[in-house]
Ligand binder design. Structure first.
Ligand code: SF4
Length: 124
């Protein structure tokens, strides 16, 4: 039986309300978008939602104990738990520069895990 799902497009401030009619995993119709980006967003949200990962990793020899990090592109939402397990294993050494690649091809994807900020070495 078809089911309607409502999304708010987050691709621009207009925030269009998009109605997607699904039957199981099949998209029957998409309404309410104002541009192709919105349509693509709705399709992706229904079939394979993606998110940018933002979290922290442990850092040695810095004034703070953790370093903010992020993926430099979206990864599948369903892999977030696996991503967090990997993140918990990571320890980096100060100094670190903003946007420095900490793990390339994170989880075997085309996305890298990068530092969200610089962090200097702790003064002795
Ligand atoms: S559908 Fe297009 S116009 Fe509407 S919020 Fe999304 S990106 Fe903006």
């Amino acid at each position: 039986m078809p089911e309607e799902k409502e999304l708010v497009c987050v691709n621009c401030p207009k925030g269009c309300r998009i109605i997607v009619t699904m039957e199981g995993k099949k998209i029957l119709s998409i309404k309410g978008y104002s541009c192709e980006n919105g349509k693509q967003y709705a399709e992706e949200e229904m079939i394979c939602p993606m998110r940018v990962l933002t979290t922290t990793v442990k850092i040695n020899g810095a004034p703070l104990r953790v370093l903010p990090v992020m993926s430099n592109g979206p990864i599948p939402l369903e892999r977030m738990e696996e991503a967090m397990e990997e993140v918990r294993k990571i320890h980096v050494d100060a100094p670190v520069k903003m946007n420095q690649v900490l793990v390339s091809h994170f989880l075997g994807t085309d996305v890298d895990l990068i530092a969200s900020r610089s962090m200097t070495k702790k003064e002795a």
